[in-house]
Every structure is written in C-alpha cells, then in structure tokens.
Design a protein around this ligand. Structure first.
Ligand SMILES: [Zn+2]
Length: 451
C-alpha cells in the first residue's frame, strides 16, 4: 500500500466489469446463513484469493446466541391440480422463504395463502424473506401472480433439510509489517440479490487480491461471513485477537448507482472515520456521511459496547431507503460496473491514507526555514498547482510538531491528503522533517463533516 498506484478511469471501467462478472457468476447460487450455497460461493472466491473456510458446529454457543442447524434445499414448488408448477424454486431461489422447514402436502388456496408473501406496492417483484430462528415455511411471489391464482387443490413441496451441521465462513489474512490489523467484513448469506450483498463480497474479494500484491504496514483480515450470526460467531471464537483490529470497514450495498455513503463507527471520531470522510469528500458533494446507529449490517456487532471497534460501513444508497432493497429487483441490472469500480477505488483510497498517515516533527521550527534556497519554493508566482504545493509545505512545516498527523494537517489546510503527503515527503528529503517519536498517538478530535 505504500506505493499504491492511482487507478485511472479506464482501469476502473475494466475492473468494474470484472466485478460485475463475479456478481453475475455468484447470483444464481442459493445462499443462506449456513449450507452448501454459502460453501460454493466461498469456493468460487478461492479462485481469486487464498481464502480459508472455517466450520463452526451447530449448537455452538456464541455469546447470547447459538449456531443454528444447517439448512440445505434441493427443490421447492407449488403445483396446481394439473401438475403445473405455479411457483418454482428452480426459476428463482427468492421464491422460498430462507430456512423453510421441509413440507410436502396438499391444501386449498386459503390455507396456502397463509404461507405466501408478496409486495402489493410493487406487484411485479418477488420479496426476499427469511425465517432463521422461527420454524416455519413459506413461498414468496409477485403480487400479480398471487392475484391470478385460482381456487384449486395445490401440492406444496419444499425439499429441504434443517439438521445438525455447521456454520461456514471465509477468512483471508494478509500479514503486514505490523500485527495491527485492518478488518474488512462483508456478509455472504443472501441468495439472488446483487447489490445486497454480492457487490460487497465481490469488492472485498478483489481488494484482498489487490492488497496481497502490495507492501503494507498493516495486516489485513477479510471476513466473508453470514450476516449477524457470522459476525457474532467470529467475534466469539476470536475474542483474544480482536484488540489487534485498529480500523475496520463493513462493505454492504456498494454496487448501485447512488452516491457513496459512509456510516461512522460508534465512537464517530476514530481515524477510519476521519479518513473515510476525507476520501468521500473527493467523490463529490452527493457523498453522504451517516452517524452511527445500532441498526444496519455487521457494524452492529463490531461496534457493540463490549468490543467498540473502530469499524465503519461503506455503502452507496443506504439499505432500506431504495424500493429494490430485499426484492427480486435487486438484480444484475441494479448493480452498475462503474459504481462497483468507484466503490473499489474509494476503498483503496481509504486504505492508502491509513497506510501513509503519520506525524512528523519540524527540524527547523524557529521561524520559517528558507525554502527557496533549497529549491522548494518558487521565487516568482507559479501555477495554481505550484501554489497548492507551496501552501501544503507551509502547513506541514507549521503543524509538524509531532502532535498533528498528515490527515489532520490536510483537513486544517483544506487540501487533499496526497498534497500534504507529497509536501511532507519533499520536506523530509531536505532534512526539514523527522519522524515523530514512535508511540505518538494519532489524535483525532471531533468535527469532521462533508461541508
Ligand atoms: Zn440484506
């Protein structure tokens, strides 16, 4: 990450299409919080990165929760009296409520309807429903299809198993110069939904591959886990190692065409929060910063008070605020290659700043040093870029007292991190800066905002 190359537009377009191709490949697989669909998904990610699969047995107590039975499904349908499949799992895995118990019986329309779920406001879409912790069964279908079902005797079949097995999760660990870790977490438990969260796991997978090829200060841990129960299980099984996590990012819903959004960690003013705000500002005025709330994805677990990790969440349009959320309309068309490429690029920018952020001490702090003599200062009025570089040097010299990080200087100067970083590099090369004593804490106060 020390020498992370900038991605240009053409690179990002190619990358965006590769990400979309991975989303497309994984889309048909029927995933849930356990089971073979989840394993198959992780196996396919192993083509890109050295991902380790972990299996935690059903019944394992994880804090206040218990690892549930493993669910696997082979087929499901509702047939009319003519033997025709009027609801068919083979056409869309969203047709079956995830974690449905097995069933095979005949019933009339009225009884069947108590197990059917639709979206009357979006009559052509199939909803996504789960029943993980309550034994039940059900089918999801479009409201228009429901309205067209005549009175009849229906054969209902869900050929599924709910038995002792395992909860599976995937992990990629990339050791760095230090054991301090950056955590990247994405949920992998949804079936045919593209943005939530094939977008997140595809980007996490490509980030792991990308970062594995770069020198890096931090160690990186990528988790591909079932939502909620997977994060709880990982935190419980790895509790002794959690203190190594210095920064973290949950990736969820990062493929739609809406603007980028960042949800702050519970503490709200950690280095990851400041860096993400700084980076999102560069992605345009529509980027949004959201305060922490105890609702959402797995940041809820990482930011629970007993862990209180510096973990935020990167999304585009926040979940629950777009009508396609948790419906069949969150499909391959809803996810955009350019948006995927841009989200990837935002992640790289965030990690690149975390890798390079540090504090220096000005070795010539009594009045300004003579920059012109050292060839660092243009004597005549220069271009706008020269002026920016000079302002960056003046800010770095003024605030490099060992207390201010480069990011804080960039914020105070209202300049990009890169301007400040390269100014500091030039000053250091000329002996005007030295490293702050190790152990100086990167301070970050409150007050970061997009405006
Ligand atoms: Zn979801």
């Amino acid at each position: 990450m020390k020498t992370a190359p900038a991605h240009d537009r053409a690179d990002l377009s190619v990358l965006g299409h590769e990400l979309h191709a991975l989303v497309t490949e994984l889309y048909p697989i029927c995933r849930s919080i356990t089971g073979d669909g989840l394993r198959e998904t992780l196996r396919r990610l192993q083509r890109f990165v050295a991902l380790t699969m972990h299996e935690v047995p059903t019944g394992t107590r994880v804090f206040d929760w218990t690892v549930p039975p493993e669910w696997n499904i082979r087929d499901a349908y509702v047939k009319n009296s003519g033997g025709e499949r009027v609801i068919d799992f083979q056409k869309s895995n969203l047709h079956v409520v995830s974690y449905s118990v097995p069933v095979h019986e005949k019933m009339g329309l009225e009884e069947l309807k108590t197990h059917l779920f639709t979206l009357p406001d979006c009559p052509d879409w199939i909803p996504y429903r789960t029943s993980y912790y309550k034994r039940n069964w059900g089918f999801c279908l479009s409201h228009r299809q429901l309205l067209g079902l005549p009175e009849d005797e229906y054969e209902v079949c869900i050929d599924a198993s709910l038995e002792n097995g395992h909860l599976t999760y995937g992990e990629v660990y990339l050791p760095g110069d230090t054991t301090d870790e950056i955590l990247i977490s994405s949920h992998v438990c949804h079936p045919s939904l593209a943005n939530d969260n094939l977008s997140g796991l595809a980007i996490a997978c490509f980030l792991a591959r990308y970062i594995s090829q770069l020198p890096r200060k931090y160690s990186y841990r990528f988790l591909f886990i079932p939502g909620t129960i997977g994060a709880i299980t990982w935190l419980c099984v790895n509790e002794s190692r959690v203190s190594r996590i210095k920064h973290g990012l949950v990736l969820a819903g990062v493929g739609d065409v809406g603007a980028l959004s960042y949800k702050k960690s519970r503490q709200g003013d950690r280095e990851i929060d400041r860096v993400a705000v700084h980076v999102l500002r560069q992605f345009g005025p529509k980027s949004r910063i959201l305060e922490f709330s105890p609702y959402g994805y797995d940041e809820r677990q990482y930011c629970s008070p007993g862990f209180n990790l510096a973990v935020g969440r990167l999304s585009r349009t926040p979940h629950g605020t777009f009508p396609e959320y948790h419906t069949s309309a969150d499909n391959l068309n809803f996810v955009d290659p350019c948006a995927l490429g841009e989200s990837f690029s935002a992640c790289v920018s965030i990690f690149s700043i975390l890798e390079r952020n540090r504090a220096y001490v000005n070795t010539s702090p009594k009045c300004e040093p003579q920059l012109g003599e050292r060839g660092l200062y243009r004597m005549m009025g220069g271009s706008a870029e020269d002026n920016t570089n000079e302002m960056a040097m003046l800010w770095v010299l003024n605030l490099s007292d060992g207390e201010h990080s480069l990011l804080e200087i960039a914020e105070r100067a209202q300049l990009s991190f890169d301007s400040i970083y390269y100014a500091a590099a030039a000053l250091k090369e000329h002996g005007l800066l030295k490293d702050a004593l190790s152990g100086v804490k990167i301070r970050h106060g409150r007050g970061a905002g997009l405006d």
